[in-house]
Write a protein that binds this ligand. Structure first.
Ligand SMILES: Cc1cc2nc3c(=O)[nH]c(=O)nc-3n(C[C@H](O)[C@H](O)[C@H](O)COP(=O)(O)OP(=O)(O)OC[C@H]3O[C@@H](n4cnc5c(N)ncnc54)[C@H](O)[C@@H]3O)c2cc1C
Length: 307
């Protein structure tokens, strides 16, 4: 018989959503282990915006402060490691890590986020989060009224043109090949005074990740200070899907109002459940998950006592 350390809750992913859940659970006297591999999706961005009390603060500074506050609750522990397997064993879960540690838990919360799939354009991944931007609410104000590009095509491009023109009137759309837009969409974009550039991109020119311009395969070039782009995302951790948790059509984990997945005992919160990607929303979802898990544990403990 293995002698494994048991926790009431194991949180896989100790960034904003995970730490927020741990705060609610620690304050609910729950024995919690957070396991985190330290790869938050915004780690490359120098300043995080649009989260009150933390506007303009470095992403790692926000999570370090949160971690220090959470670890003041003596029932909460933090482990830097990668969870590589979770198995349902009777009424609980067995969790294995890359460093060959095994734990058990009554409930598992996945706050594992998503990973961004970088297009194969030289310079793109270096500038990601610095001058190649995912969200105008997070970074639009800092480049307002500047000479900005949108790198997208099709419906996403049409949507982004309507959104980003609010922050600047010097805007170009780069479709990186023939534009996949209807004649009506092209006319609408032209009315917004946005030039559509269909030339294939060779490279994003930058100095220390700050964009200077776009170089095209035909040898021409244009100047720019920032680009908005929406890249493909993938679940950072595929274990919930392997355990049978349902994903929606967009690839996000399905959760109910209480952050419960379709598998009993497994919860999820943060970027892995929603395209509404901001720190404040991840933090709010983490709190909701923590509260829901505690409530479910109280219910189970009271019904055991009654039987
Ligand atoms: C470039 C960029 C800039 C952004 N800027 C802003 C901004 O200015 N303002 C704002 O509000 N939002 C911003 N966002 C969005 C914000 O970063 C996310 O909404 C937020 O990080 C989501 O938090 P999360 O806890 O759900 O996931 P994440 O922060 O991505 O954290 C997931 C954590 O889980 C860990 N993990 C995953 N799988 C495992 C596993 N199997 N075992 C152990 N650990 C695991 C990861 O290492 C990571 O630490 C930005 C996003 C990007 C990509």
């Amino acid at each position: 018989m293995k002698n494994l350390r048991h926790f009431e809750v194991i949180i896989v992913g100790g960034s904003y959503a995970g730490l927020s859940a741990a705060m609610a659970l620690g304050r609910s006297l729950r024995k919690v282990l957070i396991i985190d591999s330290g790869k938050a999706c915004n780690r490359q961005t120098p300043h995080s915006h649009n989260f009150i009390t933390q506007d303009g603060v470095a992403p790692a500074e926000i999570s370090e402060k949160a971690k220090a506050q959470v670890l003041q609750y003596d029932t909460v522990e933090f482990l830097s490691d990668w969870v590589q397997g979770v198995m349902k064993v009777d009424q609980s879960f067995e969790i294995k890590t890359k460093n060959d540690l095994t734990f058990t838990a009554d409930k598992v919360l996945f706050t594992t986020g998503v990973t961004d799939v970088m297009p194969e354009i030289p310079g793109f991944s270096e500038c990601w989060g610095i001058s190649v931007l995912h969200c105008p609410y997070c970074h639009g104000y800092e480049v307002k009224h500047e000479n900005i590009g949108i790198l997208a095509n099709g419906e996403v491009a049409f949507e982004l043109c309507q959104l980003i023109q609010h922050w600047t009137n010097q805007l170009s759309l780069f479709t990186n090949g023939p534009a996949i837009l209807t004649a009506e969409q092209k006319a609408f974009i032209a009315q917004l005074n946005i030039e559509i550039i269909e030339k294939e991109i060779a490279e994003l020119k930058h100095s220390a990740a700050y964009l200077e311009g776009v170089a095209f395969k035909d040898g021409t070039q244009c100047d720019l200070t920032a680009i908005f782009a929406r890249v493909e995302t993938d679940q950072h951790c595929h274990i919930p899907a392997q355990l049978g948790c349902e994903l929606n059509e967009q690839g996000y984990l399905e959760v109910d109002f209480f952050q419960k997945t379709s598998v009993n005992g497994i919860f999820a919160a943060g970027d892995n459940t929603t395209p509404l990607r901001t720190v404040s929303i991840a933090v709010a979802a983490g709190t909701k998950a923590g509260v829901s898990i505690n409530k479910e544990l109280i219910g189970e403990q009271l019904s055991k006592r009654a039987n």
